[in-house]
Design a protein. Sequence first.
Length: 80
Amino acid sequence: MPEAWVYVLRCRDGSLYTGWTVDLERRLARHRAGIASRYTASRLPVELELALPMPDRTAARREEARIKRLPREAKLALLG
């Protein structure tokens, strides 16, 4: 089982949210309940579009930062 995850959510308004976590199911439940982040709370419902397993927390934070720097078109291509 991976130690961490990087994930991309699609919000109600079509925007994309990228984050990382060590417990993907718990984090998704918190997003869906509107208590994980102010950004997603104001754009419910959210849908999981991508979940990438990472070997450790450091790798997850680096991958999250890399994805966040991508232009929207590249993020959409990553979702495939």
